[in-house]
Design a protein around this ligand. Structure first.
Ligand SMILES: Nc1ncnc2c1ncn2[C@@H]1O[C@H](COP(=O)(O)OP(=O)(O)OP(=O)(O)O)[C@@H](O)[C@H]1O
Ligand SMILES: O=P(O)(O)OC[C@H]1O[C@H](OP(=O)(O)OP(=O)(O)O)[C@H](O)[C@@H]1O
Length: 230
């Protein structure tokens, strides 16, 4: 049997993950047709490549179905309760850097901080008869952050993509999403609350704390990690 290394199967993280491993003498590649999710590892024995959605890698690590995985800090913190008990952070990889933030419409000129938001949220509920809606896919992280900040009069609206568009579409009053260059926020007339940074994220190599290893697999894992460290 082999060690299973889970990496994002597409998108912005896949190529950079391949480059990161290549710099460390390990060649990861997709094999088969463009559409086939099969991969190969060269440069170290006894390691299988598993191509997965970035969002599913935390769950696969926590279930012990993969030994190592590459995905963003945001996705691990969001998807795994008490993540430290389930996975170990091995190496921040220096790409996929993005901030999870809270943003409100630019025309809310009196709202710059969480304290302002708290006041507006209470007034919003009185005026509209329902709670202010925040569109996000980061439900756990946003609930925790707002509870710590003492903001309670809101509801989360699930948005799995194009989140910044929900304000214009009037399905939410504000958003909690990842930003990198800030272009998407600007284009959608949104501004970040001055104390609205929830989490700084980047692509990271994680090790499962629960995946079982035979002695052969343990030695493959050791060789792989030594190669990465050198
Ligand atoms: N604009 C961005 N710049 C840099 N990193 C980003 C950006 N947007 C998202 N990311 C990061 O990329 C990772 C994957 O993002 P996302 O959840 O959008 O998955 P995806 O690329 O759509 O793939 P999948 O839908 O298959 O999971 C996350 O860790 C996220 O923080
Ligand atoms: O700050 P920026 O550089 O503009 O990047 C931020 C955007 O990137 C991500 O979206 P993605 O491209 O993954 O599309 P999605 O909204 O459909 O998930 C994120 O959800 C933001 O919308």
């Amino acid at each position: 049997m082999s060690i299973k290394l889970g990496v994002p199967s597409k998108g912005r993280l896949m190529e950079k993950t391949f480059d990161w491993f290549a710099k460390r003498g390990i060649t990861l590649s997709r094999t088969g047709s463009d559409r086939e999710y099969a991969g190969a590892v060269e440069g170290v024995e006894g390691v299988d490549l598993v191509l997965l959605s970035a969002g599913e890698i935390p769950r696969e690590l926590a279930a012990g179905r993969i030994h190592l995985g590459v995905t963003g800090t945001d996705l691990v913190h969001e998807k795994l309760p008490r993540w430290e008990q389930q996975v170990e952070e091995l190496e921040p990889m220096g790409f996929g850097e993005a901030d999870l933030i809270l943003a409100v419409p630019q025309f809310w000129i009196d709202v710059d901080t969480l304290e302002d938001l708290d006041a507006v949220a209470a007034a919003f509920r009185r005026t509209h008869g329902h709670r202010l809606r925040i569109a996000t896919k980061y439900h756990r992280l946003i609930r925790e952050f707002l509870a710590d900040a003492g903001v309670a009069d809101y509801q989360l609206i699930d948005s799995q993509g194009a989140t910044e568009g929900t304000v214009k579409n009037e399905t939410a009053e504000m958003v909690a999403d990842i930003t990198s260059t800030g272009e998407t926020l600007r284009a959608n007339h949104l501004k970040i609350l001055s104390d609205g940074l929830v989490l700084r994220s980047q692509a990271t190599l994680w090790r499962s704390r629960v995946a079982k290893c035979t002695s052969e697999e343990k030695s493959a894992l050791k060789t792989l990690l030594a190669k990465i460290d050198s």
